[in-house]
Write a protein that binds this ligand. Structure first.
Ligand code: FUC
Length: 820
């Protein structure tokens, strides 16, 4: 009896011990995986794209679903697009129509002007193509337990882990930039338990085959893809074996235990303990002006070479090199808000809780760092900037062709680059402009009759399309008939100079492009009845007016947005030419024109006037706000220097309201920050993080459905990455702003961020700022001069000026005095 009791007690004790240990193990395990500030995690596999985790090395993109029986990974290559080089001989010279539009406008005949303007349209831009999908299939019965999926954005590594029949399976995924390879490591806790098959499919034309122990896929992209917003058209996707960018993929497995067999359609691994997949991808894209077939790169050889070189390295070596490369960028900036305690909840649940009003400062910081993560992951290919979805797209007819939309979206993608200490990631956009200027010279002449400089319209692609799109009159002028793409985009070159102080870059790369854009602007402008310089025809990106006769249209003259962009472009080009001491005569003509630009006007509602006359908007809450360009990203309107205009811009934002698409929220966050209204900025930032159901690209909502998907990608809806970048840039604008007059510390600090620390924020003038604030007040600031020279700091009503030396840090207190 005693023995039995004793045994039972022993059993109970062991059980208790086991359950306590299990609890400890589970909580520690969860803690290890879930508590870092830089982790997105989930307790189930992704079903939709908007739940899947994105990885990339700036060229190769992977979207990981993490299914346990069948894992799906969408593969992309930044250089795989439909189409081929722009054929400038194919576009007819329609520039004579410009005069006809001008004459109609001079008669105030807007209907006729609109009709003729529509004829100044050319071919559509091309589309970013999906490379393929990888499936990892395991023949396993039953349901997985303890499923866990994460993306560690400080490592750019995704992980999946689950238990099945007492065996723990794990997968680790990353895409290495230094080794140009995607790696997936699969392992099982029990020897021989790993059995799976790898398959590749694609929506493009392709074939797979076995070459030794490699599974290969070769294929080609369409020679033309019609934009999805044109709805049903005959043969929207056109393939021709003799045309289109080629792509190649090679997959090889290195295994521990078990065996590997390769067929023409798959690779199978059986009875292994561990297996590492090496996946290489390449395309024949050889530059915007080269035919990808006749003068293309050898994608097969490239993919082979990348695979062979990578396979000579172990998984550990590739991983170490990947971490070193990625973290060199990622760790430059740190942000902590109010102590940033991270709740132990899956990211989608955190997002839902947050949308219901919960406080989650760590999620706010995570969203900011996620923007930086995305930019490092998608923007590292010379001349090939991040598109509307970065580099992650599964569709053959993606939303808006997944292209470069130059009337906001392409630029918004790069608002984060300089200030968040990622100038290297800005380069793909800056080098793209060199290409845009080449086709843009033709566009200026053939579409606008201007034989000086270059112009770009509202849509572009990897081929540097610059003409107004619309397929020769199929679109309303409100989007395509806008030619300020060049004027806007070149401001990024000047900004890169301001942040880096790189005079060589300014002289050799930036200035020639800036000058070309400015030359076009000068030649394009005409005089209004009062002698002011204006554009005619003009449109205000994607908006419609209602004129005095009740006519609703897009074509008019003297648009405030055009003039704001020209003002910024001329101002910067004047400064650049003076600094470089070149083109004195041209500088004088720019100065004269700058003074004669139509000034800003304030409308009857107290708003900043968008149209030449004080007309109503067809949609007062329209998502675009291009006439506020001078407030952000420009530097013409500030509450200090132009209080009336700042007040009018504020009124415009109030009339527009806060409900808008993702990218538009991203822009408004920055606009409110420049108005130095921290609480309103924060309100919009919170709204950008509104949970949006993951439902694929099914719904396009133009009026107010913007927010964030479970995988923290921005919802226009559908997914559009610019909102991520705009939102993250807005965080910087709340904490640090800079212009010609210096650096402003905590200029729009919201009450909700009472204390915090930030390191590594960059400013114009080449300073790196790290600071700490408590109870809403600045405690300390370190300024690291990367260039040297005068540094003016402003905090609330305090200002201080320092002469700095490159590399010698200033350590100041909250009064901007030297710290003891
Ligand atoms: C413009 C915007 C849309 C969308 C698209 C890519 O047409 O008005 O909202 O962002 O670009």
């Amino acid at each position: 009896m005693w023995k039995l009791k004793h045994l039972n007690r022993e059993k109970m004790r062991t059980r208790r011990f086991l359950s306590v240990s299990l609890f400890f193990v589970i909580s520690t395990w969860r803690y290890c995986f879930a508590q870092s500030d830089n982790i997105l995690w989930y307790n189930r596999p992704a079903e939709h794209f908007e739940e899947a985790l994105v990885l990339g090395n700036g060229k190769t993109g992977a979207t990981v679903f993490g299914g346990f029986r069948s894992d799906r990974i969408f593969l992309n290559d930044a250089t795989l697009w439909s189409g081929g080089p722009v054929d400038t001989t194919a576009s007819p010279d329609v520039s004579h129509l410009v005069q006809q539009v001008r004459e109609a406008l001079a008669r105030e005949d807007y209907k006729t002007a609109e009709q003729i303007n529509r004829k100044i349209e050319g071919k559509f831009s091309e589309s970013f193509a999906p490379l393929g999908t990888l499936y990892i299939e395991q023949e396993q019965e039953g349901n997985a337990a303890d499923y866990y999926r994460e993306l560690d954005i400080s490592k750019a590594i995704a992980k999946v882990r689950y238990k099945l029949d007492g065996v723990t399976y794990t997968r680790e995924y990353f895409v290495s930039n230094p080794d140009k390879i995607m790696i997936i490591k699969l392992s099982a806790s029990k020897p021989g338990a790993l059995n799976f098959r790898v398959r590749f499919t694609s929506l493009l034309k392709y074939a797979t085959s076995a070459k030794g122990d490699i599974l290969q896929a070769h294929g080609y992209a369409p020679y033309h893809a019609y934009p999805n917003y044109m709805g049903r058209v005959t043969e929207p996707i056109r393939f021709d074996e003799a045309k289109g960018t080629r792509f190649s993929t090679g997959i090889r497995v290195k295994n521990k235990g078990g065996r590997v067999s390769v067929s023409d359609t798959s690779i199978s691994v059986s009875k292994a303990k561990e297996a590492v997949l090496y996946i290489s991808m390449a395309t024949s894209f050889n530059g915007f002006e080269k035919d990808p077939v006749k003068n293309g790169l050898d994608s097969k050889k490239l993919a082979d070479d990348q695979l062979n070189t990578a396979c000579q390295k172990t998984y550990e070596v590739i991983k170490d090199r990947h971490l070193e490369d990625f973290q060199r960028f990622f760790h430059r900036v740190k942000l902590e808000l109010n102590g940033s305690a991270t709740p132990n909840l899956p990211t989608d649940e955190r997002l839902k809780r947050y949308a219901e009003g919960a406080t989650d400062n760590s999620l706010e910081a995570l969203y900011f760092q996620y923007g930086r993560y995305l930019l490092i992951s998608c923007s590292r290919t010379e001349g090939v900037p991040a598109n509307l979805q970065g580099i992650w797209n599964p569709y053959i007819r993606p939303p808006w062709s997944c292209n470069y939309t130059m009337n906001i979206n392409a630029e918004e993608n790069y608002w984060l680059a300089e200030c968040a200490n990622l100038p290297e990631m800005h380069k793909p956009f800056l080098t793209f402009l060199e290409r845009l200027a080449v086709t843009g010279k033709h566009t200026a002449k053939a579409y606008y009759g201007v034989d000086k400089g270059w112009a770009a319209g509202h849509n572009s692609d990897i081929w540097a399309t610059s003409n107004p799109v619309g397929d020769y009159g199929k679109l309303s002028p409100r989007s395509p008939c806008w030619n300020m793409g060049g004027a806007w985009a070149v401001t990024h070159l000047w900004e890169h100079y301001l942040f880096s102080g790189d005079r060589k870059f300014l002289e050799e790369k930036a200035y020639p492009l800036m000058k070309g854009a400015a030359e076009f602007c000068l030649a394009w402008m005409v005089r209004d009845k009062d002698g002011y310089l204006i554009t005619s025809p003009s449109t205000s990106p994607e908006a419609h007016y209602v004129n005095a006769d009740g006519f609703r249209g897009a074509t008019f003259y003297g648009g405030s947005a055009d003039i704001a962009m020209i003002r910024e472009c001329l101002d910067q080009t004047i400064k650049a030419s003076a600094l470089l001491n070149v083109d004195a005569g041209f500088r004088d003509s720019m100065k004269t024109s700058l003074k004669q630009l139509l000034p800003y006007r304030i409308g009857k509602k107290g708003n900043l006037q968008e149209w030449y006359y004080d007309w109503d908007d067809e949609e007062p809450q329209h998502r675009h706000q291009s006439h506020l360009y001078g407030l952000y990203p420009g530097h013409q309107i500030t509450p200090g220097k132009t209080p009336e205009l700042a007040q009018a811009a504020r009124r415009t934002l109030e009339i527009k309201g806060d409900q808008t698409t993702g990218w538009s929220k991203g822009w408004r966050i920055n606009l409110w920050a420049r108005l130095k209204d921290g609480n309103r900025t924060y309100k919009m930032y919170r709204e950008l993080l509104t949970y949006v159901e993951p439902d694929g690209a099914k719904r396009t909502n133009y009026s107010g459905g913007g927010g964030t998907y479970p995988n923290l990608l921005d919802a226009h809806p559908p997914f559009q990455i610019d909102g991520n970048f705009g939102g993250a840039a807005g965080v910087v604008e709340m904490l640090v702003q800079s212009d010609d007059e210096g650096v402003y510390l905590l200029p729009a600090l919201p009450d909700a961020w009472r204390s915090g620390t930030v390191t590594g924020i960059c400013t114009r003038g080449g300073f790196e700022i790290s600071m700490k604030w408590e109870s809403g007040a600045l405690v300390s600031v370190d300024v690291l001069p990367k260039v040297g020279g005068k540094c003016s700091l402003h905090y609330k009503d305090r200002s201080a000026e320092f002469e700095t030396e490159k590399g010698r840090k200033l350590s100041l207190d909250g009064d901007l005095k030297w710290r003891k």
